[in-house]
Design a protein around this ligand. Structure first.
Ligand code: GLU
Length: 496
């Protein structure tokens, strides 16, 4: 049987470095076995999924050099590869599970579920569905569904005992059924949840090995139940260790750049990033640190996957990237520089801004260097001359970061509108509000217009700059972050 692996991103945001990490191992393993590597788009969250995010993820994965053998853009014999195009398949499977007693229709109202959760929390119990609708007469439930009553489909979970399963990296694992919720499999909008869709697709797409992030380990009992109830064999699972910050916490966009586009814009080479990500979860048999993906594929042994929480360490990545850059021939080096930023396409985005401000071509360089460079080096004194004090600067930068994370459209006018409505909601004059943002984004007193600069830089680069500026201002403690989060949630920002 041919080995088939997959990466299954949800298109709900910017391309994430964790997606490349998981894709790398799936692709290398499949290639090492002469198998296929599949890209599946898990867009079952209707509110949060977008085709722009899907396109950006595919583009970024291709840039890292992790292309696929089957996927929504190139097709394949097991398609469609976009979950929103497979709704009928999930519905049929959910009905089959209900008919065989493996799942049930649930009509509980939000009020009842809220009340249940409140009660369980008050009794210090883990919030969990109590099985209320599981005891309904199946014929009656079916009639209510046929009559159009709002419902979800839930997985029936054993009341006692333990679920045993095996993970390729961690060995045998047991989780008591008591800890497993009666998971919703089909939501009231008719869309499946991840759990049903992923298991059904992994089976129908003949996936033999699932290498995915450790955060899914606790979902294994639910998945196990679904496989068993359909009578399907369970693919081999390997839960890869999560990428971590130096203090052991999971990498997050508020602490480290996590967007692939950041790495691309800064000028990391895809092969260096692949080498680096490989070291996060694996080691060469000879413990060599520098290797290319072909060498990794040739030497790949799935039993050498590591469990340790790998620390995402930018200094190490810089070192590897430097090694890669210095090993290029001068011709290759020039090609890479042109691919990176010094090319017509990139100039086209800034030309209209700088042409009118240029007397001699040499004037161009100091005008654009901050757009091409990494985060400006700032310290607290860069903010002292502003009208806002340090606490207000922190508040502005924090809230802008939160607002921009919600911003889909990323052009000058949309950004300006978003920031203006935020400044109004905070109750500060636009001029004062923009001053710390200007320093954070440009690192200068004078620069090209702020919103054009932000549009050019893109979300990942802007986020990294906001984060650096916040660090320069003394950083944000966990407690302060909670406070800021609440303050932001309480704002009434005009979304128009
Ligand atoms: N859509 C899930 C994610 O975004 C995929 C998890 C899996 O690989 O099963 O992480």
């Amino acid at each position: 049987m041919s080995v088939r692996t997959r990466v299954a991103p949800s298109p709900t945001g910017d391309p994430h470095v964790g997606t490349a990490y998981v894709a790398l191992f799936n692709r290398v393993f499949a290639r090492s076995q002469g198998g296929q590597f599949i890209l599946r788009v898990e867009d079952t969250d209707r509110q949060r999924s977008s085709s722009a995010s899907e396109a950006a993820i595919m583009d970024a994965l291709r840039w890292v050099g992790l292309d696929w053998d089957e996927g929504p853009d190139i097709g394949g014999t097991f398609g469609p590869y976009r979950q929103s195009e497979r709704l009928g398949i999930y519905r049929d499977h959910a009905d089959e599970l209900v008919a065989s007693g493996g799942a049930f229709y649930c009509f509980c109202s939000k009020e009842r579920l809220d009340e249940l959760r409140r009660r369980q929390q008050a009794n210090r119990e883990t919030p969990r569905y109590d099985g209320h609708c599981r005891n309904l007469d199946p014929g009656e439930s079916r009639d209510r569904v046929l009559a159009g009553e709002t419902h979800v489909v839930r997985l029936d979970v054993p009341a006692s005992g333990t679920c045993g399963f095996s993970d390729g990296i961690r060995g045998a694992i047991e989780i008591p059924w008591q800890q497993v919720d009666m998971q919703i499999l089909v939501k009231s909008d008719g869309f499946p949840t991840y759990h049903l869709a992923a298991v059904v697709d992994d089976h129908l797409m003949a996936i033999t090995h699932i290498l995915r992030g450790e955060e899914w380990l606790s979902s294994m009992p639910k998945h196990r139940l679904i496989y068993d109830r359909f009578g399907w064999s369970v693919p081999a699972h390997y839960h890869l260790p999560l990428l971590r910050n130096a203090d052991g916490s999971k990498v997050s966009k508020r602490r480290n750049p996590t967007g692939l586009n950041y790495y691309r814009r800064i000028g990391y080479l895809p092969e260096a990033l692949r080498n680096y990500l490989a070291l996060m979860g694996w080691s060469m048999p000879d413990e060599r640190e520098i290797f290319d993906t072909e060498e990794m594929t040739a030497a790949f042994d799935i039993d050498r996957l590591t469990t340790g929480g790998p620390v995402f360490d930018l200094a190490k990545l810089d070192w590897l990237n430097g090694q890669c850059i210095r090993s290029l021939s001068p011709d290759e080096f020039m090609d890479r520089v042109a691919d990176w930023a010094i090319n017509r396409e990139n100039l086209a985005a800034v030309a209209p801004l700088v042409q009118q401000r240029t007397e001699r071509l040499v004037d161009l360089l100091p005008q654009v260097d901050y757009l091409l460079g990494d985060r400006p080096v700032l310290d607290a004194s860069d903010f002292t001359a502003l009208r806002l004090d340090a606490d207000d600067c922190v508040r502005v930068l924090d809230h802008v970061g939160r607002r921009l994370d919600e911003q889909d459209e990323w052009d000058r006018d949309a950004l300006q509108g978003a920031i203006r409505s935020l400044a109004d909601a905070v109750g500060l004059p636009m001029r004062d509000f923009l001053a710390p943002l200007f320093v954070a984004v440009t690192g200068r007193k004078v620069a090209l217009p702020l919103f054009d600069s932000m549009a050019y830089l893109g979300r990942d680069m802007v986020r990294a700059r906001l984060h650096s500026a916040l660090s320069a201002l003394g950083g944000v403690s966990k407690k302060a972050a909670k406070h800021l989060e609440r303050a932001y949630a309480d704002l009434e920002v005009d979304q128009a």
